[in-house]
Design a protein around this ligand. Structure first.
Ligand SMILES: [Mn+2]
Length: 349
């Protein structure tokens, strides 16, 4: 049992989990639909007939309830036991469901719990780390593979598809998010969508992708150039590469997210590209591809050992193009362990 969750339960606060990622985290049930309820020293898993067999296989110690109305059933259980305080996932629950729960539970204080529940997942166990490592290894292999595939006249959409196909063919359960594969001037779009544009000589190609192993995500980005890079392309690439290394050097136990971000950002600013780096340095990765802790100018979270974060500075110049380099790392006592094994030298295809 998670220590922070245990603390709520000891204080007599019941906990209702309704997001698929937190249900999976706290119970092992990966079906995604239903609710997990911790209350009065009991653990309930409420789901419908489509998932009940799966729930039996994936969980232990949970009292399974088959129901088509898991919120209604949860409220009934809570009312029967005169629950006085209930923690809910405010980020995940609809206004309609919130209204319904509030009306159904008499004399029960409803507490917004998303911030708390999402911090519970930040530090990873060895088992979780193993899955993230596997996923990132598959991503690294996909990158090596795609270098053979990229050439002039290949469409961005085909590059994205090939990366996704390779990852699934090589052990991934699925993709962690829609693959980004963009080229030429379109690389100035940090989260551009692959189009029918064909690769041309002299194009930057940025690929941001990840897969999923047993629920856990990977995430990596590389930018390459097709043909010979121009002086300006080389310059931008090298600034991002150096900034990324500065970010990696800063990530360690005890540093705040904002300070890791600042280290990389200051270098990009010093090089005169500050206005073109307009997102955070990184984010946590786990059951969700974007989770806590953030490495952003606002993040006060102090990094702890075995948190998993990305380090991904970028420079995006409208009507010219952009570069992002992203590795996934595990925070350690005196630094970090890099899970992304492929080169960051500028690859010229
Ligand atoms: Mn990322």
């Amino acid at each position: 049992m998670n220590k922070k969750l245990d603390k709520f339960l000891k204080e007599g606060i019941a906990v209702l989990v309704t997001s698929s990622h937190n249900m999976r985290y706290f119970s092992g049930f990966a079906g995604g639909e239903g609710a997990v309820l911790f209350a009065f020293d009991k653990k309930f898993l409420l789901t419908d007939s489509r998932y009940i067999e799966q729930a039996e296989n994936e969980t232990t110690e949970f009292l399974l309830t088959e129901t088509n109305d898991y919120l209604g059933s949860a409220c009934k259980l809570l009312n029967e036991s005169c629950c006085k305080k209930l923690l809910v996932e405010d980020n995940e629950i609809s206004a309609r469901d919130y209204d319904r729960i509030s009306k159904a539970l008499e004399n029960c204080e409803i507490i917004f719990g998303s911030d708390n529940m999402n911090t519970m997942r930040m530090v990873k166990t060895d088992k979780e780390l193993e899955k993230i490592k596997q996923a990132e290894e598959i991503g690294s292999k996909a990158f090596e593979h795609i270098l053979e595939f990229i050439k002039p006249d290949v469409r961005e959409k085909d590059i994205a598809l090939e990366i996704e196909y390779f990852m699934k063919k090589n052990g991934a359960d699925g993709i962690a998010f829609d693959t980004i594969a963009i080229s030429g001037k379109r690389t100035s779009l940090p989260h551009g969508t692959p189009s029918n544009k064909k690769i041309e000589k002299g194009d930057f190609v940025t690929m941001d992708f990840g897969c999923n192993v047993d629920g856990y995500c990977s995430d990596m980005t590389r930018t390459i150039v097709v043909g010979k890079p121009s002086g300006e392309q080389k310059k931008i690439y090298n600034v991002v590469k150096e900034a990324q290394q500065i970010g990696l050097d800063a990530i360690r136990r005890g540093i705040r997210g904002c300070d890791a971000d600042k280290a990389a950002r200051e270098y990009i600013e010093k090089c005169g590209f500050g206005q073109y780096f307009r997102h955070s340095l990184g984010h946590g990765v786990g059951l969700l591809v974007h989770e806590l802790p953030n490495l952003s100018p606002k993040s006060e979270i102090v990094l702890q050992e075995n948190m998993v974060v990305s380090c991904e500075p970028g420079i995006y110049i409208p009507d010219f193009g952009g570069v992002r380099i992203e590795d996934l790392v595990v925070v350690k006592k005196d630094g970090c362990e890099n899970l992304t094994s492929v080169t960051k030298e500028l690859i010229e295809l």
